[in-house]
Design a protein around this ligand. Sequence first.
Ligand code: SF4
Length: 243
Amino acid sequence: MTEAPLKLQELLLVAERFGPTLQGEGPSAGQSALFVRLSGCNLACGSATGAAFACDTPYTWDQRRYDLSAESHRESVGEVLKWATAHPPELVVITGGEPLLQQPALLTLAQQLSAAGKRIEIETNATIAPALELLAVARLNASPKLANSGMAARRRIVGPVLQMLAGSGRAIFKFVACDRADLAEIDALVRQYALAPVWVMPEGTTGEVVLGRARGLAEQVLARGWNLSLRTHIVLWGDVRGR
Ligand code: SF4
């Protein structure tokens, strides 16, 4: 018997999946987790001259530097589900790229993972609105990009999406910061869109840089009533893929 072709909501474009490892960022930092990294992004952080923050996963979207057909592959929701349920961590982090570009299949995966007893966090740049059904089964770790990304504000800040996420009770907000000027920019966004709770993550691709910036930011982060996340994977293993 010929198998029916998979539908859009059953097929994912995957860059890599790995784990068990540690969630490195945000409220679940330090927790054992599985990672599914989806391909494609609607931003291009760090590609502008002089940007202080560069994307650490350009192989998911930058076709000038990478052969994206070699860096990604199609997988069914069923295959990813089978892999995730074969490993003990309860937490599954779905990241990118920008996972919400694949929302139909992402929703199917999140619903099936949730039904299988997994806890789901989706990392997003907060420029695309999630379906309410997705918010029902996953928490969104929303990471709006700052001017240090080199992206124009009109592309990286989408007010209605930030307001929707802030009002959902199903999102946290985390920002990559280099210095105190970045904190002032975060402050303005937090006030304008009532973003909460907030995590600040020091920018850096080595443990030394991350820790140094964390020391420079910690007091100011505390004074604003925010949280600090070290980016545990960078501190432990540096900027390597699959950790
Ligand atoms: S939004 Fe994230 S994945 Fe996309 S370019 Fe920026 S840092 Fe990279």
